[in-house]
Ligand binder design. Structure first.
Ligand code: 5RP
Length: 248
């Protein structure tokens, strides 16, 4: 397990916490304000002190000069579904763990969906990717979502996803739920470090991050509330202070 431990130490600081910025939305939603030029936004969040970035495989070549040696790289290995598809469908594997290693990944991220007819193949895929991650010594971040978007912030569903990720062999779990009064239930439901996603927009992302770590999260994996802000670098700086403390 030394491969996983070495790579995890590039993502989580000595305090066991991490500020991760998700910049992978283009695979699902196309270009978005703030994500037009991936190398530019990567440079901006790295300069702000992010510990890790989540990117799709196709963005790496251009963005590497901005993150390499400065910040951990989490490569998304599932997807193959866009907002153009009105029907729910679970994500398929788009990149092998071996290929992610060859691209320099410090970790990979895969999405798992609970609560639909395709729950079984979705969770089987997370388990299969977890097996490849064990073989290659690469940490798996499992992003566990409930298929019904109206339940994204449902605490019982989030806690179930966090536990399932652990049982299937993930190393870190990414969930929605920041700001929920009962968020404390989620870290309790799973021994894995929990990173909290940000959602569309928050008036005060740093306060969301502060509440999440206070209630047991290991940090954040915020996307839109960072790259959609007028000054993403300042938002990242505020997240670093909230998650790692003032001296962070
Ligand atoms: C892309 C993703 C992101 O990685 C993330 O889950 C979304 O983060 P945020 O809600 O903070 O924008 O899944 O679609």
């Amino acid at each position: 397990m030394i491969g996983k431990a070495t790579r995890l130490a590039r993502l989580f600081r000595a305090d066991g916490r991490a500020v991760v910025i998700a910049l992978d939305h283009g695979q699902f939603k196309g270009s978005m304000p703030g994500l037009e030029t991936i190398p530019e936004i990567v440079r901006c969040v790295v300069d702000g002190g992010a510990d890790g970035v989540i990117l799709n495989p196709g963005a790496l070549e251009a963005a590497a000069p901005a993150y390499a040696g400065r910040c951990a790289l989490i490569v998304r290995v599932t997807g193959a579904r866009t907002d153009a598809n009105p029907e729910f469908d679970y994500h398929r594997q788009i990149l092998s763990v071996e290929q992610a290693v060859s691209l320099g990944a410090d970790a990979v991220i895969a999405m798992g969906f609970l609560g639909s007819a395709s729950e079984a193949p979705s969770l089987a895929l997370v388990a299969e990717i977890a097996g490849s991650c064990r073989r290659w010594g690469v940490p798996l971040v499992a992003e566990m979502l409930i298929a019904d978007p109206s339940k994204f912030n449902d605490v019982a569903s989030i806690a179930l996803g966090a536990r399932v990720a652990y049982e299937l062999g993930a190393d870190v779990v990414k969930v929605y739920g920041a700001g929920e009064a009962s968020f404390a239930d989620i870290p309790k439901s799973s021994p894995l470090p929990v990173l909290v996603a940000g959602g569309a927009k928050s008036a005060d992302p740093a306060e969301m991050a502060r509440q999440a770590v206070e209630r047991g999260a290991a940090g954040v994996a915020f996307g839109r509330t960072v790259f959609g802000a007028p000054n993403p670098m300042n938002v990242v700086k505020s997240l670093v202070s909230a998650v790692h403390g003032k001296g962070g």
